[in-house]
Design a protein around this ligand. Structure first.
Ligand code: F6P
Length: 539
């Protein structure tokens, strides 16, 4: 294992003078050799500095970490989330109902199917108007109250699939900041709004606080009939009952579904309500087809594995600490935020499964915004800054707006132009010519050329899909889930726990009494100083 890392580092040192552009000149086949596809989803990683030797070493590294058997363990319900002593089976939520998935000697698929059918029945009745409001009207709006995995997935997917949304309008409240709930509820009529409280644990302070605010808002308009406008998704059925949610509108899921992997089950209820049963099933099938691919394709042809290996190459071998997710797809505007939780909460770890300190850097810093907007904001740094940021572009062959196909052509042109510019840059020589055309001469021309030149040789990958449909969205999200898993296996960490979020939550609980006037002289000087300014006579 250690040797494989050294081989990779040595290969990088020996080949660091070879540019990505050189690699294309060396092989006309580079695009074909360094791209792979699965059911219409294409991953092009030819615009990276990977060559066949590096890829071979990376695949050997994945094998040395038993990636293929780890994949089998995950799908077959082994308790791979060791620190929480849980299986990791979100894939069962999108699996074929007829193929058993056995956990602790029991097939879990009948229960998964029963919950999905209940969700579909409820969403169908809401969409058709058969399920009526307390005052016998049709529900026009749904507010999902949740945070993290109980918010980011459905919020991202409802926006991504806007052309398929033909049910009640969905809104999302997550932040403890009262501004969020207040701004959303202000636009809505409690008489025709359903509130879905989404929380795996049903204890999360943000969600429970916002839920109480929303219930008070419903009660003001509907009095005792308010619970008719409530539904919940959770693993804690005792707590949903205590909260007063009628059991027929509670959709449960098991602890083997991690919060950030939960969009495929009850947490996806707002998406199901928005796009309807057939589209939701197509979304699940897209993910299922990626699961199938991940389980069966050779490592060298396997999209999540390849994407993971590209990540390892950039992070651990080239030393690039961040990656930018750049969807050239406005409806994927929330994808970077979704992937921040998926990737950074999963792989932002420093301890191996054995309890020792990791030896390499783990999860990179993930960030991004849709193109082309990002081009007019932070791409300056991507092209000419001192940090190299591997970019991940996403682009559809076709947009939904047929009448605006010319705009989609421009979108594609921009996306490809960016990855080309990152790779090729602009030489000093052509920068001089441009400076000369602008009237600069002599030393001034040299100075100007330095500003106009781009280093190039900056890596990117591109994910291309026919159109942003429910199926392709399912594929893309499952691809990223399995990529995170692949990287986690190579680092030897548990991608499914999140102990690092606990401390801040505990401290917030202990700080609240101080914010409300209490005293604790043992707090640090900055915290006491800030409390004094924020809650004292004024800043
Ligand atoms: O922020 C930590 C976290 O536990 C996430 O992992 C989770 O998605 C989120 O809080 C919300 O948790 P819950 O669904 O239990 O409210």
């Amino acid at each position: 294992m250690h040797e494989l890392w050294s081989d990779l580092m040595a290969h990088r040192r020996q080949t660091s003078h070879v540019t990505i552009a050189n690699l294309f000149s060396e092989s006309e086949e580079r695009f074909n050799s360094f791209s792979a596809s699965s059911s219409g989803l294409l991953l092009d990683f030819s615009k990276t500095s990977l060559d066949q030797t590096a890829l071979g070493h990376l695949i050997a590294l994945a094998k040395s970490q038993d990636l293929p058997s780890k994949i089998d363990e995950m799908f077959s319900g082994a308790a791979i989330n060791a620190t929480e002593q849980r299986a990791v089976l979100h894939t069962a939520l999108r699996a074929d109902a007829g193929t058993p998935v056995v956990l602790d000697g029991q097939d879990i698929m009948p229960a998964v199917t029963e919950t999905l059918q209940r969700m579909e029945g409820f969403a169908g009745a809401l969409r058709s108007g058969d399920f009526k409001t307390a005052n016998n009207q049709v529900f026009t709006d749904v507010v999902n109250i949740g945070i993290g995995g109980s918010d980011l997935g459905p919020a991202m997917a409802v926006q991504a699939l806007a052309p398929y949304c033909n049910g009640p309008r969905c809104h999302f409240v997550s932040n403890i900041d009262g501004a969020h709930v207040s701004d959303i509820l202000r636009q809505l009529d409690p008489e025709t709004t359903l509130v879905v409280i989404a929380s795996k644990t049903f204890t999360t302070i943000e969600t429970m606080t916002n839920a109480k605010t929303a219930v008070a808002w419903l009660e003001k308009a509907l009095g005792e009939a308010a619970p008719l406008h409530l539904a919940a998704v959770s693993s804690a059925l005792d707590k949903t009952a205590q909260f007063g949610i009628p059991p027929e509108r509670v959709f449960g899921f098991a602890d083997w579904v991690g919060g950030r992997y939960s969009l495929w089950g009850p947490v996806g209820l707002p998406l199901l309500i928005a796009i309807g049963r057939d589209n939701f099933r197509a979304f699940l099938s897209g993910a299922q087809s990626m699961d199938q691919h991940f389980r069966t394709a050779d490592l060298a042809e396997n999209l999540p594995v390849l994407l993971g290996l590209v990540g390892i190459w950039h992070n651990n071998i080239c030393g690039y600490p961040t990656r930018a997710v750049l969807p050239y797809d406005q409806r994927l505007a929330r994808l970077p935020a979704y992937l921040q939780q998926l990737d950074m909460e999963s792989n932002g770890k420093r301890t191996t499964l054995e309890g020792t300190q990791v030896k390499q850097s783990t999860g990179p810093i993930v960030w991004g915004e849709p193109g082309t907007n990002g081009q007019h904001a932070f791409y300056q740094l991507l092209h000419q800054g001192t940090h190299v940021v591997p970019a991940e572009f996403l682009i559809a062959a076709q947009g939904h707006e047929e009448e605006l196909a010319h705009q989609h052509d421009l979108l594609i042109a921009n996306c490809l132009a960016q990855s080309e510019a990152l790779m090729l840059g602009r030489s000093l020589e052509s920068a001089r010519e441009i400076a000369a055309q602008r009237g600069f001469e002599g030393e001034a021309q040299e100075r100007m050329a330095a500003h106009l030149s781009f280093p190039g040789n900056r890596p990117s990958v591109t994910l291309a899909y026919p159109k942003l449909t429910p199926f392709s969205l399912g594929q893309i999200i499952a691809l990223y889930e399995h990529r995170v898993f692949t990287e986690g296996v190579i680092w030897g960490i548990n991608s499914f726990d999140q102990w690092g979020v606990e401390l801040g939550k505990e401290l917030a609980v202990s700080l609240l009494p101080l914010v409300q006037g209490g005293e604790d002289p043992n707090k640090d000087g900055s915290t006491l100083g800030l409390l004094d300014k924020l809650k004292g006579p004024g800043i």
